[in-house]
Design a protein. Structure first.
Length: 508
């Protein structure tokens, strides 16, 4: 008799699990929507709330930074109290806080509401991904389920500007937040019926010291990035980064020694897991950063109304969803490292096209570049997430999911902040020496800060200098798009070669 027995195949998912996957798409879509739904609303926020360029970046970025800061904690909490329970608790909070954000009356109030919304959203993302890992034990089914989940997430980020633009045609900017309330009610009704509950029989306690260290690891570097974004103190930024690094070292040390860690750092020993996180970070950073700038570019530089601007973004949304669904099929024929690497190289080509856009009238080149870049990012997100989840044992699904999502959310936040800052710097440099003489200093300062400010300033000037100022601001904003697209093309090309080298022997 052979000393080894054949491996028992994992049970296959049935109709209930696939219906449950559709239910999990509800919170996934909403969390993703909230990352990008404000892209086209930023000019309205600047006008209605009097928000500065730094405050606008805080409004967009604090949501993702808050999610990234709390994901490790909520992932571990879900492993202890049950991911379905945490999902339903989070859904209730998300709907309530969304209403608060909709009626903010001051930039600081909206920033605070967005931060709280991000903290609540952090309970939803690892719960959905961990439940998928529980519901779909068969590897091929899990990959398909993750492709559907990733497509929903990426579609939410992509169509956020479309939905935001449609709402802005008829309602005020706060209406973009009110979508959450009815959707979360539907989740609360269907979730207990279609979603399973599973957690370890002997769930360990939640280590509050580790929770504090995880927050101290994630949040100070985020603050440092924002401090530099608003031309703040470099000393303060460096100090914040040092605090984050020290807290991160202490966190990792505590996790290695803990019998019941908040996050199992041994997962990083798996090359596929570590490489997957790099892929997710770079992919989400580049696509989200460029998408935010492009959405504003269509509205400000090209001069399109919100709904028409959103329509021009639809091809990139379709490209993103298509490539995400094709990624599992391609990975069966070609090793996943080559599929991911080829996708990133394609994204690099798309960004290179955007870097060549010469004027706001070059809409075809803009849309083509965005579509190609988004098509290339689909395999990185789907297969990167699947690699990360496949490296974790079932009892650590929450930890793996939270780390995967932390990386993605951090990428979105870093991407919008870094590329937004780079684009703003390029714009200011282009405007600083170009503002026509004779314009009042206060109007010139507003025009040099943001293009929305330039539009407002031009409206207060006589026709000829006003038209000249707007034309100069459009050229400067186009220069900002070229600068950030060039940076994205270089980063994704380098990442593609690194991924191929690191994952060339990975077959599944």
């Amino acid at each position: 008799m052979s000393s080894s027995s054949p491996r028992t195949p994992e049970p296959r998912a049935g109709l209930r699990e696939w219906l449950g996957l559709a239910v999990l798409g509800l919170p996934t879509l909403l969390v993703a929507l909230d990352m990008s739904v404000l892209y086209l609303a930023l000019p309205h926020l600047a006008a209605d709330l009097g928000a500065s360029s730094a405050e606008l970046l805080w409004v967009t970025d604090i949501y993702s930074f808050a999610i990234a800061g709390f994901l490790l904690t909520t992932g571990a909490l879900g492993d202890r109290i049950g991911h379905r329970r945490l999902l339903l608790i989070g859904a209730t909070g998300f709907g309530f806080v969304s209403v608060l954000a909709a009626f903010a009356t001051h930039p600081a109030m909206l920033i605070a509401a967005r931060a709280l919304l991000g903290a609540v959203a952090a309970t939803l993302m690892p719960s959905t991904l961990a439940l998928i890992s529980t519901m779909f034990r068969d590897p091929r089914q899990r990959t398909i389920a993750i492709a559907g989940w990733s497509s929903t997430f990426m579609a939410g980020v992509a169509i956020g500007p479309v939905i935001g633009g449609a709402l802005l045609e008829f309602f005020w900017w706060g209406s973009v937040f009110l979508l959450a309330a009815p959707v979360m009610v539907l989740l609360l009704v269907l979730g207990p019926i279609l979603l399973p509950e599973q957690r370890p029989a002997a769930a360990g306690r939640l280590d509050l010291i580790s929770v504090g260290l995880s927050l101290a690891t994630a949040l100070p570097p985020a603050y440092a990035l924002k401090e530099l974004t608003r031309d703040g103190s470099a000393t303060t930024a460096v100090l914040a980064v040092l605090i984050g690094l020290i807290a991160g070292a202490l966190f990792a040390r505590r996790q290695r020694k803990s019998a019941d860690p908040l996050f199992d750092v041994r997962l990083f020993a798996d090359r596929s897991f570590s490489t997957a996180l790099i892929v997710l970070l770079i992919g989400s950073a580049t696509t989200s950063g460029i998408a935010m700038f492009a959405a504003q570019y269509l509205q400000l530089a090209v001069g399109l109304p919100p709904l028409r601007a959103a329509t021009w973004l639809l091809p990139s949304t379709a490209a993103l969803i298509t490539s995400a669904m094709l990624a599992p099929v391609a990975a069966r024929l070609v090793r996943p490292g080559y599929v991911i690497g080829a996708g990133l190289l394609l994204s690099s080509a798309g960004f290179a096209i955007l870097a060549q856009v010469g004027s706001p009238t070059a809409l075809v080149a803009l849309v083509a570049g965005l579509a190609i870049a988004h098509f290339g990012s689909g395999p990185a997100d789907v297969l990167g997430t699947d690699l990360a989840m496949g490296a974790a044992p079932p009892g650590k699904a929450g930890s793996a999911a939270s780390m995967s999502e932390t990386t993605t959310e951090l990428g979105v936040a870093v991407g919008t902040a870094v590329f937004g800052t780079l684009g703003a710097v390029a714009y200011r440099n282009g405007m600083s020496a170009a503002v026509p003489a004779g314009i009042p200093p206060d109007l010139a300062e507003r025009a040099e800060d943001t293009m929305a400010g330039a539009t407002t300033a031009a409206a207060q000037l006589p026709r000829t200098p006003g038209v000249d100022l707007l034309e100069l601001s459009r050229e400067a904003y186009t220069g900002g798009l070229n600068a950030i697209s060039t940076a994205a093309a270089i980063i994704t090309a380098v990442a593609a070669l690194a991924v191929i080298a690191l994952l060339r022997n990975r077959r599944d």
